[in-house]
Design a protein around this ligand. Structure first.
Ligand SMILES: O=C(O)CCC(=O)C(=O)O
Length: 343
């Protein structure tokens, strides 16, 4: 298999290469102001039908009700997060959900962590030994539907007023929380993962994380939980001694960082809603005790001139397809060990 071209080795088959992978202090309390989230954005107008090279088509829309979008842009600026309601339609979410389920099935078939370039299936053993797939990074190298979603012009409608029209992408990631599963994410700021520092400039103003809800995100299903306005303090003294994924949220961590746990909000979303949050906003999430999956499609965009890493997503407002070779994002051994391998 040519190095790092798409797609990855079929799940379940051994990869072509067997090479091993290379690879509190107290702060003053944050002043909290709450801003209600208007909903729903029910004026979304579908305007274009795009056919993908693989013969699949997704109805593509511009976010109509620009005032509703601009309200959320203002909310994002103010409190560090926002939810834009109803950006993707029910039919689109069904198609995207099917693509996400296909990626999940690939992860289960691999049965253990698998990497091919930036594409990474995070696979763990469940209590009974069956594989659990909480996360896959960069499925867009491998899945045409998910690739088309990350380049959808609706993202630009939300992002351009904040970070412009020349954008690279640092995160392209799927999260699953199966019904009744833990799937915890400890309190954290995404800035913790934007490394190396030298590759990122003006992080708080140049980088935006987005999450597209595929299922209902409620307190019961393990919706993200956030501390409004916490981004204003910049980097906080949050515990970084454990992995975020798989560690429960602890109120003590918040108190140690000068945050009142009473300020936490649940980021409740319906399928098709998009959340945006600042890299310094403190957030986490808990277990899914609902009777349905909780799937989230995360895409993180950065103003191109402020970042030396990442795949181009939009140049001058136009989508930029992935090139023949992946570029350096987070996987530091990309060039030394680009071949498919189990980790
Ligand atoms: O999927 C979740 O609940 C947590 C997502 C998150 O915290 C993140 O991507 O930074």
């Amino acid at each position: 298999m040519p190095p790092t071209t798409r797609p990855a080795s079929p799940p379940g088959k051994p990869p072509n290469s067997t090479r091993p992978p290379t690879r509190s202090t107290s702060t003053p309390p944050i002043r909290i102001r709450r801003t209600p989230t208007p909903r729903p954005n029910d004026g979304t107008r579908r305007t274009r039908l795009t056919t993908l090279a693989g013969g699949e088509s997704l109805v593509r829309a511009r976010c109509a009700r620009p005032e509703a979008v601009m309200n959320q842009v203002a909310a994002y600026r103010d409190r560090g997060y926002a939810i834009v309601r109803g950006v993707f339609s029910k039919d689109e979410i069904k198609r995207i959900g099917e693509a996400i389920d296909a990626v999940h099935a690939e992860g289960v078939a691999h049965g253990r962590p698998f990497r091919h370039g930036n594409l990474f299936y995070n696979v763990r053993a469940g209590e009974d030994g069956t594989p659990i797939v909480p996360m896959v990074q960069w499925p867009s190298y491998h899945n045409r539907v998910l690739d088309s979603v990350r380049l959808d012009p609706r993202w630009l409608d939300l992002l351009a007023p904040l970070i412009g029209t020349d954008l690279k992408q640092i995160i392209n990631q799927l999260h699953w929380k199966a019904p009744g599963s833990k799937g915890d994410f400890a309190w954290h700021q995404d800035s913790r993962f934007r490394k190396p520092d030298a590759a990122y400039r003006n992080l708080g103003e140049s980088y935006i994380q987005t999450g597209l809800a595929i299922d209902q995100h409620t307190r019961a299903s393990g919706a993200m939980r956030m501390i409004p306005n916490s981004h204003r303090a910049g980097p906080l003294a949050l515990d970084t001694s454990t992995e975020v994924l798989g560690t429960e949220m602890s109120d003590d961590w918040l108190r140690d960082a000068g945050i009142d746990p009473a300020d936490v909000i649940d980021l409740e979303m319906e399928p098709g809603d998009i959340a945006m949050w600042n890299p310094y906003l403190v957030h986490g999430s808990g277990r899914n005790s609902a009777d349905h999956q909780r799937r989230l499609y995360i895409n993180g965009y950065v103003r191109a001139q402020d970042c030396d890493r990442g795949e181009w997503a939009f140049r001058d407002g136009k989508p930029v397809p992935l090139g023949p070779e992946p570029v350096l994002v987070h996987y530091e051994a990309l060039h030394e060990n680009p071949e498919p391998h189990y980790v």
